[in-house]
Structure formats: structure tokens, C-alpha cells
Write a protein that binds this ligand. Sequence first.
Ligand code: GTP
Length: 598
Amino acid sequence: MTPLSHIRNFSIVAHIDHGKSTLADRLIQSTHTVADRDMKEQMLDAMDIERERGITIKANTVRIDYVADNGEAYVLNLIDTPGHVDFAYEVSRSMRAVEGSLLVVDSTQGVEAQTLANVYQAIDADHEIVPILNKIDLPAADCDRVAEQIEDVIGIDASGAIRVSAKTGVGIKETLEAIVHRLPAPKGEEDADLKAMLVDSWYDSYLGVIVLVRIIDGRLKKGERIRFVSNGTIHHVDRIGVFRPQMQVVDSLGPGEIGFLTASIKQVRDTRVGDTVTHEKKIVKPLPGFKPSQPVVFCGLFPVDSSQFEDLRDAIDKLALNDASFSFEMETSAALGFGFRCGFLGLLHLEVIRDRIEREYDIDLITTAPSVVYRIFMRDGAMQELHNPADMPDLSVVDHLEEPRIKATILVPDEYLGDVLKLCQDRRGVQQDLTYAGSRAMVVYDLPLNEVVFDFYDRLKSVTKGYASFDYQMTGYQTDNLVKMSVLVNDEPVDALSMMVHRDRAEMRGRAMVEKLKDLIPRHMFKIPIQAAIGGKVIARETLSAMRKDVTAKCYGGDATRKRKLLDKQKAGKKKMRQFGKVEIPQEAFISALKMDS
Ligand SMILES: Nc1nc2c(ncn2[C@@H]2O[C@H](COP(=O)(O)OP(=O)(O)OP(=O)(O)O)[C@@H](O)[C@H]2O)c(=O)[nH]1
């Protein structure tokens, strides 16, 4: 049993790509937590998609045994947190389970928007913070400048910042010593009633739901009956353990410790993150509540091949078992048939789920335009949420609409500032602050989430050549002049392309949309009008002229194999098309048509 004084619980906060996972790997490796032969790069990034994209999505945990220079043995519990803006909620919950943070800043880059967002969460959670200047092996490293920036922008003391190369291992020993000597030990009472925090939970096909807990007071043992305070459900604990990072069963967990339990729980939904766990009959004061994660972006997912609807249902059910922040309900669309309306924490979350369905379940999907959650105030005083523009009620019963707004923080090198301001302005942003930290500007904008969900990231990256970083939080709702824009192809409305837009921008967006569609829809044997309309009024129109696209026309000379190849390709392409009335629209049109060029 490790005394409280010899436990340290910490997380690592960083902007994406600043080296958090690499540092975690190095800490695990240098303490021989994992034998060298088993060491894979980025031990903590379990999922394939994470590995491919190099981003950490689920928070992960590892227990490290470390004998410090003073000869004492310590237990270090690391909770790895995701760095991406969509998963800020996961960061906030894991922060509450630990007492300190390593703040990793890439010494060739400096402080970025997510460094700020994440470190403020650590400060909110009262963490002791140890700054780490990473990637010092690179020639472009400028530790003094970055340390100064940490002090100026974040406002914490960086004089003791540790200079590290997570790649080569320089500074790893110093980091481990700093964890032991600079981060506080957890507090807790061994003899008090059991009180544990539910930090995270996920589904495992062999063990059922695995619950990650941080013990605050008391002791949890295998075989005991526990109660989740929020819903009063009682469970029999059949397994307790720690992550090294593989699961290792232990007999009990005491104050200050972080580990897992399993209790034949069937669904992740039955476990509420932030909940308090205690023994069956005990009454304890619940831990201060966590904000529940709310989906902010909705879109429809439809199978390209409608016979795969049941497979899609199956895939979505399985994914939802493991991801309580992902919501869904069945949707029928005149154009796309049966599918699901799904809610996500943000666009990255949406992309990850979509990729997993396509890849792991082998289902080709049509994704409709992402939409935020609008509030519709009716003339009779009622309010309803609108998750899907297709459900927009008749304007005669609507009094007004409200849309969600965000506070966006963007850090950008000076020379791109003008482009960033223009982009934010074009997206109906209202500037709130503009400050400088060295040669970088920090701008804060109040923006409609609607204008950000689709391609704001992409645009920001492209106008700043990838040098800007961006983070946002929801601030609330505001009334604006919003209308539903419909799209008609060959005089048939395509509900999957309808969207909510600001009245002043409707014409511009309508025009951009019909022009795009004209390029994206292949020519048919007949003329196809493509229109954007508000109510009954057409605001933009293009006509796709008739022509049969003869893909073999270029193959004069009659090379049979090449001709066959082209025809096969055309056939495969057809599978990815959807029939709308008499018109076939390719799958990618749904996403591409909505991207704006401004
Ligand atoms: N040269 C050098 N490269 C490093 C160092 N640390 C990390 N990297 C590289 O930087 C890239 C990003 O590192 P990650 O550890 O994946 O970054 P991360 O912060 O965990 O990123 P997310 O998990 O996506 O938030 C990888 O290509 C690493 O190999 C370092 O000390 N020196």
C-alpha cells in the first residue's frame, strides 16, 4: 500500500502536436513501466484513428512506479488528456481527478490557442503546474523566448521550466524529479466512508463497461457493492485494477489512487462522468457537479446503399455504447431515405465517428450539412430546439430564432493578422480583443457557431499557411435574422442540402452553392436547373446543360483494356451516387457544396 505522501497524480496539457504523447511514452519507458520490447510509439493512443491522425481522443491513464533520487518509491498516476478543442470537456473532467499538470510547450513554436485553453482548465482545477519546454533537440528551439511568452501570456512562473527533448530523452529524469518534488501529494482519509469520482468510462467487449475512478476517501475492494450517487443504481464490483498501461488487477484502491472497476455494467450511458461512487448503504456528500457534455453539431448520416441501413444502425448502436457524448435518432429524408440524425461535440468528433463507421463497419455514408442547434421561439410563446434545418416550421408560426455564439481565441503571427480579421469579419464576427505577445497577435472574436462549424478551421489554416491556432467556447444564444435556404435540383427539393443562413448572406451562399453543385453533378441526358430558394423565392440559379459524358471518347485507337478499366471506374463511381428524381448526385457533393470560398 502506497502512503498518500508517495502518490502523485498529474496530467499533461499541451497544444496539439507539441509532444504530449511522446513525453508520456518517454516517462513510461524510462521508468520501465513497459518492457522495451513491448514499447510501441505512442502507447497511450489506443485507437487506430488516433494513431493515423496522430491525435489523442480518449483520455487514458497509466500508473508508473518511480524510485526517486532520494531513494524513495513513488507511484505516479498520469492521466493523458486530449488536446483538441472538441474534447475540451474530457480535459476538464480528467483535470479534477489530479493535483498537478505538466504544461508542454513546443520550444520551436511557443504558446498556442489550445495551450491557453488547456492550461486555464488546469489553473481552474487549482493545479500546481510545471512548464516543460519540449523539442529542444531541434535547431529552431528558442527556450528563453518561449519561457518569457509563458510568463507574459499565461501569467505563470516559467523560471523553473524544464528543457526536454521527448524524442531523445533529454530532461526526462528532471521531469520525473519535478513531478515528485514540485507537485503536491493527494489528500484523503483512509478511514472515511468511500467517496470516489467517476472520471471516465468506456465499453469493452469482454468486460462490459470499464469505469475509471479516482478514490477521494475510503477504500474500494473487490466484491463490494457500490452505488452511483446520481441515479442510485447499485452494482457489484467484480474487478478492480490499475493501468500499467495494460490492465492489472489489484485487491483494493485507497485514497489518492486512480484505477478502474468493472461491475457487469452494460452501457456507458449508465455511468455519469463526474458522478460520486460510494458503498451501497453509505450517504456521502456528492462531489461538485460536472457539466454534462452537450452535442453542439448535428448532421444526418445515411448509407449510400440503402440496403445497409440495418448495418448502419448496428454500427451506430455499438459506437454509442462507448461514447456517451454522441447522440442519435432515426431520420427519414425524402431524398436520402432512412438514416440517423447524430449529435457531436464538434467537427472533429463528427469526422472521427464517420470515419469509424466507414472503416470499421465498411459502410459508405452520405453526410448532410452539419448544423448547430437553433432555438425557435413560436408566436404562442413555446420554444423548441431545431437540430435539422429540414424540420424548420412554417414561418407564419415562428416569432424569432436564436443561434449559438462562441468566443473564439486565435493566436497568429503578425503578418497574417489582416487575413484572420477579414475571415472573422466575413463570418459575422464581432471583435472583442486584440493583444500582442511578441510577434504574435491574440485576437478574441464573438462569432456565430454556425459560421464556424463547417470550414472555418480549413479557411483559417489556409489563410495563415497553418500558423494560426484556434480555440473556442460556447457563450450563449442570440437572436439574429436567420432563414432556411432550400436547394432544388431539377425542381425537386434536396432536403439534405437545406441549411440555415443569415438573411444578409443568403444570396452569396446560395450562389456559391448552386455554382458548386453545377460542377459536382455530372451532366445527364437532359437539362438540369439547380436553384437555391428561401421560401418560394429563388435567390440563385444555374443550369447544367445536357450531355452524355462518354468516358471512353478519349480512347481512340480502341485500346480495349483501357476502355474496360474506364468503364469499370465509371461503374464504381455510380455506386457512390444517389438518385434524386431523375438526377444522380455524387456523394461528395453533399460535403463539397457547402464549403465556402470566402
Ligand atoms: N524533434 C522532436 N520531435 C518531437 C519531440 N517530441 C515530440 N516530437 C514529435 O512531434 C510530433 C507530435 O508529437 P505528439 O507526442 O504526437 O504530440 P501530442 O501533443 O501528443 O499531439 P496530440 O496527441 O495530437 O495532442 C510527433 O511527430 C513527435 O515525434 C521532441 O522532443 N523533438
